[in-house]
Design a protein. Structure first.
Length: 193
């Protein structure tokens, strides 16, 4: 769908320069999705792996973030192998709705209520990032915290349109449950993609 060099705004790598490759196609259907234009893969051009890798390599980045859409809908073995060959770090952001393929330095698992994750993602997740849209999402987040591996980083991030309402609750929750951290979409404050 698009690729661009920017600052990772969320989660563990927040604040790091990163080259984003956003793959078109998603059938998860989050009501609050902020990239609904990604859902229809056919609306976006097909781009070769070579082209994606060359553009990322030319950007000066050290980290490539593969996102979507739901990138795990695709076999990402070739793309990730080629990125690694040119010395780039491979990070993925996935809802876990499909088994993850490819070679990854970092797996950010962000489960969504609209399509259950595939159990194979739990041992792969280096980071669990739960979007908090309403109060019930805290107990929902804990269900996943119990499934991921020990040491998996845990983040609670307010859904953008609910930030004023949810952030105070997240702050109190993290103070009471310090194994969690707060994640904010800082790219939106910086007005960058
Ligand atoms: S998984 Fe991501 S891209 Fe797909 S609907 Fe949900 S927020 Fe949007």
């Amino acid at each position: 769908m698009e690729d661009f060099y920017t600052i990772q705004g969320e989660g563990y790598f927040q604040g790091h320069a990163a080259y984003f490759i956003r793959l078109g196609g998603c059938d998860v259907g989050c009501v609050w999705c902020d990239v609904k234009e990604s859902w229809n893969a056919d609306a976006h051009p097909k781009v070769s792996v070579d082209e994606m890798v060359n553009r990322a390599k030319a950007s000066n980045t050290e980290i490539v973030v593969i996102t979507g859409g739901e990138p795990a809908m695709y076999d990402l073995s070739e793309l990730t192998a080629e990125l690694k060959k040119v010395g780039l770090r491979t990070n993925i952001e996935t809802s876990g709705a499909y088994p993850v393929t490819g070679v990854w330095d970092w797996v950010c698992f962000s489960p969504k209520k609209f399509k259950a994750p595939h159990a194979s993602v739990y041992p792969l997740a280096d980071e669990l990032k739960v979007i908090v849209y309403n109060k019930s999402d805290f107990s929902w987040a804990e269900e996943f915290a119990n499934r991921v591996k020990p040491g998996c980083e845990r983040f609670l991030q307010p859904e953008w349109s609910k930030e004023k309402e949810m952030l105070p609750l997240i702050i109190e929750y993290v103070k009471a449950n310090p194994q969690w951290k707060v994640s904010l979409q800082i790219h939106k404050y910086m007005n960058i993609p």
